[in-house]
Design a protein around this ligand. Structure first.
Ligand code: AMP
Length: 221
């Protein structure tokens, strides 16, 4: 099964994609994570995208499509995937269609996480994570048990993403409205778009997603 998770920044795509990937044994591709890893490694790609990402704008389509092209071509055939953070523009969605056709695959379902904007600002503004293992926290709703120490791996390297600063958050939401929201009619007219209420709790959102996926492809047993 091949799926795309769509939704504005802070809608929970990363959290839900990890859960679904694990449960259904899908390959998880998060373009934001790939780009952050490139920055961390100091590669030419990382150096070219750092300032753009920090500002909350989108990395150019050509750069991101080249990254995805390599990934789609390399991935083991037969196993499904979940895309998180890609596509983010109609040009990217068209490129994805071409790549999938070329590799004999197709998208089974696109799931949109619907969340209202005030909640998004609140979620993003308090967000921080463990630089070592990636566990996520929130200043108001999910502090680690011991202040400054990751519950999962014990690291004290807890960091706030530069693009979670209020100014960058505003840019990211505007970019979503202008450049990514047109994907909703793009997939809607193909009848593969399904919506879930992203305002519900994390487990409730996962079960809404599972209900949709079970209708497309039930899990054995
Ligand atoms: P994310 O972790 O998905 O919120 O992505 C963080 C940032 O990475 C975005 O604000 C963009 O600057 C960049 N980025 C991630 N995915 C894409 C994409 N598909 N197209 C363009 N830029 C992207």
């Amino acid at each position: 099964m091949n799926l795309v998770l769509l939704g504005p920044p802070g809608s929970g795509k990363g959290t839900q994609a990890k859960r679904v990937a694990q449960r259904r044994d899908l390959q998880h591709l998060a373009t934001g994570d790939m780009l952050r890893a490139a920055i961390e490694s100091g590669s030419a790609l990382g150096r070219s995208v750092r300032a753009i990402m920090d500002s909350g704008a989108l990395v150019p389509d050509d750069t991101i499509i080249a990254l995805i092209r390599g990934w789609i071509r390399r991935r083991a055939s037969g196993s499904g995937f979940i895309l998180d953070g890609f596509p983010r523009t109609v040009a990217q969605a068209q490129a994805l269609d071409h790549l999938l056709t070329e590799t004999g695959a197709e998208l089974d379902v696109v799931i949109e996480l619907e969340v209202d904007e005030t909640a998004l600002i609140d979620r993003l503004s308090g967000r921080f994570s463990c630089a070592n293992c990636g566990a996520s926290y929130h200043q108001r709703t999910h502090q680690p048990q011991v202040e400054g120490v990751c519950d999962i791996c014990g690291s004290n390297d807890l960091v706030c993403r530069p693009d979670d600063r209020p100014e960058a958050v505003r840019t990211r939401l505007e970019v979503y409205r202008r450049q990514t929201a047109p994907l909703l009619p793009y997939y809607g007219t193909r009848h593969i778009l399904q919506k879930v209420n992203g305002m519900a709790g994390i487990d409730a959102v996962t079960s809404q997603i599972e209900t949709i996926l079970n209708a497309v492809m039930p899990l054995p047993g």
